[in-house]
Design a protein around this ligand. Sequence first.
Ligand SMILES: [Fe+2]
Ligand SMILES: [Fe+2]
Length: 137
Amino acid sequence: MKWDSSFAIGIETIDGQHKKIFEHLLAIENSVAKRDPWHILQFFLAQLKEYVKFHLAVEEALLEIVGYPDQADHVESHTMLIDQIAKLEQQLQKQTANEHLVGFFENWFIGHVLSRDREYAAYVKRKLPVLSGKMAA
Ligand SMILES: [Fe+2]
Ligand SMILES: [Fe+2]
């Protein structure tokens, strides 16, 4: 999978963070492709997890600030993701999760970022026009 400008939701800070998540995903994808040992994969997964946590916290704060009506649902889907990552980490310790790892995050990225995050973008931009903006390149 490659980053595509059509992934952008038009809020520069968030798009920058989504792109960064994408870079972490690529690191995992490469690691799986190279058949790195599980502890190396776990290192990349740990970095992805930390960054995703940071991103979700920023996003949740933003939804809180603008009073997004669907906030509770959105936050719940974030919580589910963090749970899933924790499960994957456990599986990885048992060395069973490798093939599913990339597919899982790609599905999440497409399913969440490109639809759920896009849903709040219009609302946020209306409430906080200062955040509207396109990322350079
Ligand atoms: Fe997001
Ligand atoms: Fe989100």
